[in-house]
Design a protein around this ligand. Structure first.
Ligand code: PNS
Length: 166
C-alpha cells in the first residue's frame, strides 16, 4: 500500500518499454500515492523512434493495467514543466550501472536548475534487469533474438512484426 502522499513522475522515451521499466514503475506505485508515467513525444531527440508516442503509451498502459495508482501520459514540453502541470513533486528513474550515472547525473542537475522544487529520485534496478535496455532489446529483436522474457508480450509481438521484416 502506497504511503507517500502526492504524485511522482517516471519519465522516459520508452522505445520500447522493458520489464525493467515496469519494475521501476511497479515499485514506485508501492511507495507513492500517484505515479504518472510520462512518455517523451518529442522530435528533440534526433534518433527516430521505433514506435510512435501513442504506441509507446499504449504498451505501458496495458502492462500497468493492474496498478490502480498509475497513469500513462505523453508530453511534448520540458520535463519539469510537465511535472508541474501534473503536480508531481519528484522525478523517479531507474539506475542500472555506473554507465547510467553520468547521463542521469547531468539530467538531474539540469532538471534541478530548471526547477529546484522538483526532486530527482533514483531507484536501483533489480539485479535481473540491470543489463536490460531498450536499445539492447531492439538490437536483439533485429537479429531474431528472443526478447519475450525482457519486454511485455505485446511489445515482443510488435517488435517481431516491425523489426523482423527488415
Ligand atoms: O531515459 P531517457 O529516455 O533518456 O529520459 C528522457 C528524459 C525526458 C527523462 C530526459 O531526457 C530528461 O530528464 N530531460 C530533461 C530535459 C527536458 O525536459 N527535455 C525535454 C524532453 S526530451
Amino acid at each position: 500500500m502506497a504511503s507517500q502522499e502526492g504524485t511522482v513522475i517516471c519519465p522516459g522515451s520508452y522505445d520500447p518499454v522493458t520489464n525493467g521499466h515496469i519494475d521501476i514503475v511497479t515499485r514506485s506505485s508501492a511507495i507513492f500515492e500517484r505515479v504518472v508515467v510520462a512518455v517523451v513525444n518529442n522530435p528533440v531527440r534526433k534518433d527516430k523512434t521505433l514506435f510512435t508516442a501513442e504506441e509507446r503509451r499504449e504498451f505501458i498502459e496495458s502492462a500497468t493495467a493492474g496498478l490502480d495508482n498509475v497513469e500513462v501520459r505523453t508530453f511534448s514540453n520540458l520535463l519539469v514543466q510537465f511535472a508541474r502541470e501534473i503536480d508531481a513533486k519528484a522525478i523517479v528513474k531507474g539506475l542500472r550501472a555506473i554507465s547510467d550515472f553520468e547521463y542521469e547525473f547531468e539530467m538531474a542537475q539540469l532538471n534541478r536548475k530548471l526547477d529546484p522544487g522538483i526532486e530527482s529520485i533514483y531507484m536501483i534496478a533489480s539485479p535481473q534487469y540491470s543489463f536490460l535496455s531498450s536499445t539492447g532489446v531492439k538490437e536483439m529483436a533485429t537479429f531474431g533474438g528472443d526478447v519475450s522474457d525482457l519486454v511485455p508480450g505485446p511489445v515482443a509481438a510488435a517488435m517481431a512484426g516491425r523489426l523482423g521484416a527488415r
